[in-house]
Every structure is written in structure tokens, then in C-alpha cells.
Write a protein that binds this ligand. Structure first.
Ligand SMILES: *[C@@H]1O[C@H](CO)[C@@H](O)[C@H](O)[C@H]1NC(C)=O
Ligand SMILES: *[C@@H]1O[C@H](CO)[C@@H](O)[C@H](O)[C@H]1NC(C)=O
Length: 383
């Protein structure tokens, strides 16, 4: 088994120690489309993506009705953009719904009366405008189609930062095909769990999936069946970066920066998680994903990892190493035994991975140094 494994996975550790932002070396800012789902963490991620306009050009934002209520998530996003002077970034609400809604615990405040994102939406700092001033940036086209429109209009492929379920992306790939897919340089997706345990606790599920994947397992399948370059930022990496009171305190000395005050306020909404749920605190899931785009040296990436996704049954939403499928399925060994060990795309794997996609290669962020990440976010938001 071990030899097969080593042959199958070519380990290319692209650990770069560059301290520069990714686009610094290039003349043009990195063009990014941000696809999020309105969680607390998504808004800090937005701040990070806005913090260096010379390096990052945000082309547009699409939002799913997943980790918040969609109308609030859109409003809050519009307010942050307007407040920070980004009055040309369009925001579109997706009409798609996943098969498995997020837990109420995540979407709603502890008393279950107020969506978490309301606690951000009410902040005076982002409510200085009249409501109608936000309207020009509110896109009427459904987010999933707007994402396609945006992509199709691009002269060159752009980067997609996706920090919610993959529904919008899957819709674009399925409905608009290669024309849209060819405009995606890379998708950085916060999602999946490979060696780490999943974080789904739901009746009838075996707990192997991560929530963004579980929300819409079919969408994960569609992306896995496509060939768009995919960089996973799975729980394996995000488990290293809890949002702690200490992190939030550190915004204090830089509170003359609006970005820092906003980030501190937004994350302060969830610091109680580390006391109330020490086994499962709130993590900087999405913010880490954006940080890996903006400062690649921060994140330890393995470039070529064979994985598959499960779209149905008790493990739906699971993303797994193709090697694990071999271990699960002794019956497959004889066919597998052929020399070369190149890929698992054959009939053997297809028979084994019940409810799963054929394997495909993805890049995986396995590890990040928590303090380096925290320091980067603090530095970036000191503007
Ligand atoms: C979102 O903003 C619009 C326009 O200001 C407002 O009418 C609507 O009530 C807001 N939605 C929520 C849920 O607050
Ligand atoms: C993944 O990449 C490796 C190394 O390039 C290659 O040998 C393998 O066939 C690829 N797997 C799939 C499923 O494409």
C-alpha cells in the first residue's frame, strides 16, 4: 500500500517564504470575484480583500443564503463596501438553496431570535448612508447567473475566492460550461476535510463532511467533475486558527483604523465560542482562505492531491483522499495492482466510491502557522 501511495501522490510542497502580497510583483492588481455566504467570518474576509486596492481588484460579490439570511448578508456587504469607499463593486444575491441547511446555532444568535449577521448589520460605523445610496450596487440578476455574466465578460481568467457552499460555482460550470470555466484561473475554496474530522453533526450523517460541502453535496460533485483548478482550504488547515479573545484584543492598539475597528467588532461577536464550545470554537475559516490568496507564503500547499467527493448517502459532502478509498475497498486491489500507479480514474475507483465522484487532483492547504496568520491579518487591516 505504501508504495502505491507514494507513487500516486507527487508531493510538491510549494512553501514560499515571500513576504510580499501576491500581486506585488505584477503590474496589475489581482482580479478577484468573492463568493460568500454572509457568516461573521465572511465579513472580515471582505475587509481583508478590500484592504489593498493596489494589489487586489474586487470585480464583484455573489452571496448565498447559507450562513446568514440572504437579504441581511447582502445589505451588510453593501454597507461595508459603501463605507470604505468601494462604490463600484456589484453585489448579487443567489437564489440557490442547498440540500442541507446550516444549523440554527450558526445562523442565529444564542437566543435564536436574531441572525448573527444582524449583529454586524446594525453597527453604526457602517450605517452612515441613506438606504437608497446602497441601491446602485445591488444587482437584480440572481447571483448564480451574475457570477456567470461577470466571468464571461472577463478578457483574462480571474481568481474566485469562495468561502461558502459551491452552489453558485457549480451552477456556472454546469449551465455555462467551458465558456465560463475557462475564465476561472483558480478557485480557492474554504471547504472540505481530508485527514481532519468533518464538522457536520446531523441526523443520518456519519460526520465525515465539512459544512460548506454538506450544504450542497451535488455542487461539490459538479466542481469535482470539472477541471477548473481548485485550491482547497479544508478543516485540516483552518483548525489551526481559532478566533480568540487575544486576537480580538490585538486590534485595540490599531483602532484608529476603520478596517481594524470593524474587524474587531465583527469577530468580537463570536469570541464566546471559545468558552462555550471549547471543543469546537469559531475559526477564521474564510479569512484564512483569503489570506492564502493574498500572501501565499503563509500557507503550506501540496499542489497535487488526488481526492474525491461524496454526493449522496451517509457521507454526503465528504471530501476524501483517493488513497482512503483504496483502504476502504479491498476488493479493488487486483485491478489497482498494475504498474505505474498513475491515477485512480479507472473503472476500479468508480466501482469503489459509492456515491462518489471520480478522483481528481486538487491543491490542498494543509497547514498554516497560526501566529503568522494572525500577524498578517492585523498588519493587513492596519489601513
Ligand atoms: C435591507 O436593506 C433594504 C434597503 O435599505 C431594507 O429595505 C431591508 O429591510 C433590509 N433588509 C433587512 C433584512 O434588514
Ligand atoms: C494527478 O496527478 C498525478 C501527477 O501528475 C497524475 O499521475 C495522476 O494521474 C493525476 N490524477 C488524476 C485523477 O488526474
Amino acid at each position: 500500500m505504501a508504495t502505491v501511495r507514494y507513487r500516486a501522490i507527487a508531493f510538491v510542497a510549494a512553501l514560499m517564504f515571500s513576504m510580499d502580497w501576491i500581486a506585488r510583483a505584477e503590474a496589475e492588481p489581482l482580479k478577484i470575484i468573492f463568493d460568500h455566504d454572509g457568516g461573521i467570518d465572511d465579513f472580515v474576509t471582505l475587509l481583508l480583500l478590500l484592504s489593498r486596492p493596489a494589489d487586489v481588484k474586487l470585480l464583484g460579490i455573489t452571496i448565498l443564503d447559507a450562513d446568514c439570511k440572504i437579504d441581511l448578508a447582502v445589505n451588510t456587504t453593501l454597507k461595508i463596501l459603501y463605507t470604505l469607499g468601494f462604490r463600484d463593486v456589484p453585489v448579487a444575491a443567489s437564489s440557490l438553496q442547498g440540500a442541507n441547511p446550516f444549523p440554527e446555532l450558526w445562523r442565529w444568535s444564542p437566543l435564536r431570535r436574531v441572525p448573527y449577521c444582524r449583529t454586524v448589520d446594525v453597527q453604526p460605523l457602517i450605517n452612515g448612508m441613506r438606504p437608497e445610496e446602497l441601491e446602485p450596487q445591488r444587482v437584480k440578476t440572481p447571483g448564480e447567473d451574475f457570477l456567470a455574466e461577470l466571468l464571461l465578460a472577463q478578457p483574462e481568467p480571474v481568481t474566485l475566492v469562495s468561502t461558502g457552499p459551491l452552489s453558485n460555482v457549480a451552477h456556472v460550470l454546469t449551465r455555462y460550461g467551458e465558456a465560463a470555466a475557462s475564465k476561472i484561473k483558480k478557485i480557492y475554496w474554504m471547504g472540505g476535510a481530508l485527514r481532519a474530522h468533518g464538522n457536520v453533526v446531523a441526523p443520518g450523517h456519519d460526520g465525515t463532511a465539512e459544512w460548506n460541502a454538506y450544504w450542497d453535496p451535488e455542487a461539490v460533485g459538479a466542481v469535482w467533475r470539472s477541471r477548473v483548478p481548485l485550491v482547497l482550504v479544508p478543516l485540516d488547515a483552518t483548525n489551526a486558527v481559532p478566533v480568540t479573545p487575544d486576537l480580538v484584543y490585538r486590534f485595540g492598539p490599531q483602532s484608529d483604523s476603520r478596517y481594524s475597528v470593524l474587524a474587531g467588532i465583527i469577530w468580537s461577536k463570536v469570541i464566546s465560542w471559545v468558552y462555550e464550545r471549547p471543543h469546537e470554537p469559531y475559526y477564521a475559516w474564510d479569512t484564512l482562505t483569503a489570506a492564502c490568496v493574498l500572501r501565499p507564503g503563509l500557507c503550506e500547499v501540496e499542489e497535487t492531491v488526488e481526492t474525491y467527493a461524496v454526493t449522496e448517502g451517509r457521507s454526503q459532502g465528504r471530501t476524501a483522499l483517493a488513497d482512503d478509498a483504496d483502504e476502504d475497498a479491498g476488493t479493488c486491489r487486483p485491478e489497482e495492482g498494475a504498474e505505474g500507479g498513475s491515477g485512480r480514474g479507472g473503472a476500479c475507483s468508480a466501482a469503489v466510491l459509492r456515491g462518489g465522484t471520480p478522483p481528481r487532483n486538487v491543491s490542498v492547504v494543509w497547514r498554516v502557522e497560526a501566529e503568522a496568520f494572525y500577524a498578517f491579518v492585523l498588519e493587513a487591516l492596519r489601513v
